[in-house]
Design a protein around this ligand. Sequence first.
Ligand SMILES: NC(=O)c1ccc[n+]([C@@H]2O[C@H](COP(=O)([O-])OP(=O)(O)OC[C@H]3O[C@@H](n4cnc5c(N)ncnc54)[C@H](O)[C@@H]3O)[C@@H](O)[C@H]2O)c1
Length: 298
Amino acid sequence: MNIKNLHIVGSGLMGGGIAQVGITHGFEVTLIDISEAALNKAKAVMEKSFKKEISRGKMTEEAAEEAFRHLTLTTDMNAAKDADLVIESVSEKMELKKKIFSQLSEICREDIILATNTSAISITALASVVKNPSRVCGMHFVSPVPKMDLMEIVRCIATSAETIALAREVGTAMGKRCIISKDSPAFILNRMLDPMANEAMLLVELGIGSIEDVDAAMRIGLNHPMGPLEIMDAAGLDIFLDAMTAIHQETNDPKYKPSLLVRNMVRIGWLGKKAGKGFYVYHADGTKTPNPDINNII
Ligand SMILES: NC(=O)c1ccc[n+]([C@@H]2O[C@H](COP(=O)([O-])OP(=O)(O)OC[C@H]3O[C@@H](n4cnc5c(N)ncnc54)[C@H](O)[C@@H]3O)[C@@H](O)[C@H]2O)c1
């Protein structure tokens, strides 16, 4: 494979996770963000994760040091001129992503893949601002990226077969099981997961079940590793709301209308684990308890 230099734009929860997998699977990774603080946070998260792996005997100190030798952090978007593949993973906003894609179209070599990690934004719309749209595809990772072994490759109306084949090669080299989806709102995984989580939120909003019981229903009743509210707290309720809004706008199907409860939680800033509060409250000792404010509202 000729793809060595992997550039990731956006060093948040997902971009940082993709970078971590990249540097532990033989890629030279450049992580680009407008925020120096976000870049440093991404590196600190990787350090913490490696420390955990080392303490469990799953990684050596030397391997962690070696991995960091393959990581470059920068706020300079022009660094993407050296990329063999770019994965965009900035916030889930159409106009922002379009701006990044049109910048990348100017900066990068014309033969490389420009991929997006978007959860729900139209890949076709992003391809429309790129000079050669046949090289645009989705490479949709699952959070937490180092632990979850699925990657959805998304083919838009203009994506070439060669782009899909290369994306699959890269995904496989990163240890992921790749599945292919047509460019359709929320692709395959979230098209199933998001309405389930929305229904879980509605059950809580209507007072039909408590936060803990709704999660227990799926965890214990169906052996899911996490309940839907726990999953959405971990992913970020703002990210979930953006995704549901995009699916709803695109399909006009009422089953995708985001619940009032989640819209209000995002308005007030209860975004989930990253904010310390969502459906659960996250304590300093690593434990969590159901958010009493939600029970009070209900
Ligand atoms: N959170 C999840 O579980 C999840 C799962 C799969 C896919 N995604 C998708 O991944 C993408 C990123 O999500 P996230 O959860 O990592 O978000 P996040 O908010 O944690 O990170 C977004 C990052 O983008 C950076 N950014 C914003 N504007 C930028 C610009 N102009 N140039 C460079 N960097 C810029 C921000 O500084 C921030 O660090 C979204 O498209 C989201 O839908 C998220």
